[in-house]
Design a protein around this ligand. Structure first.
Ligand code: 77G
Ligand code: MG
Length: 215
């Protein structure tokens, strides 16, 4: 029996999902986490909203803040056009190791790069160290206390340009009130609120989309 919940999820996927099939990986993570052990993936209900926003954005460069086990990285990467790439930031090295294997098993490793470290350190290095000019889509799913600071950091580093899309998870639960206040009142974003539910739960939650209008 694997020691950590995240390793048990990976083991279940390896034993039951179809290798090289990202949809199968996503479906089996949802199955395990709704039936056996809850875990903080964006999940199937909010995941459908994520899918819709990714499809309408059709991004070339995606940044994800908070990889965890790689569920949303796999979910996003399965929708990306050839030649596009997803950079995902994870501070916890044990979770990054699980995510690397999950992404590899799903067969999307050529599109996904896991950057180990904290967002406040990684974001300022994206241009110089990772050759990023701008990001088209940012999925924000790390500590809600960092959402606003990292959004401001993306602006200051000129990583988001007119039309870049931010999509933030958990804006109701655990909640990101200062992020909602910031993007809705600073005058630089067109915001859309998508009510939903916390993953594998009937508690209310929501996603907030914030489209950058330029500095
Ligand atoms: N500065 C940085 N840079 C990179 N990673 C970083 C970081 N700082 C931290 N981390 C590492 C991310 C930590 C996980 C973030 N996600 C969450 O914390 C999260 C929690 C819940 C939740 C649900 C029910 C409850 F009762 C309680 C919590 C649900 C979700 O969908 C979540 O995404
Ligand atoms: Mg989340």
């Amino acid at each position: 029996m694997a020691q950590r919940k995240e390793e048990r999820i990976l083991e279940y996927v390896k034993q039951h999902a179809a290798e090289g099939d990202p949809q199968s990986v996503v479906d089996h993570i949802d199955k395990y986490c709704s039936q056996k052990e809850w875990a903080m993936h964006v999940g199937d209900e909010k995941g459908l909203i994520l899918d819709q926003v990714v499809k309408e954005t059709n991004p070339t460069i995606v940044l994800e803040l908070g990889t965890y086990c790689g569920y949303s990285a796999t979910r996003i990467a399965r929708l990306l056009k050839p030649g596009s790439r997803l950079l995902t930031v994870e501070m916890n090295p044990e979770n990054a190791a699980v995510a690397k294997q999950m992404i590899q098993f799903a067969g999307v490793q050529d599109k996904v790069e896991i950057l180990e470290g904290s967002t406040e350190v990684i974001i300022p290095s994206l241009k110089t160290k990772y050759g990023v000019d701008r990001v088209d889509f940012v999925f924000i799913d790390h500590f809600s206390e960092r959402y606003t600071a990292d959004t401001k950091l993306l602006e200051e580093c000129q990583l988001i340009k007119k039309g870049s899309v931010l999509l933030a998870d958990n804006v109701v639960f655990p909640g990101a009130p200062d992020f909602l206040e910031y993007v809705r009142t600073c005058g630089r974003y067109d915001c859309t609120y998508y009510p939903s539910h916390l993953e594998y739960s009937d508690k209310l939650d929501a996603l907030e989309k914030a489209v950058f209008k330029g500095p």
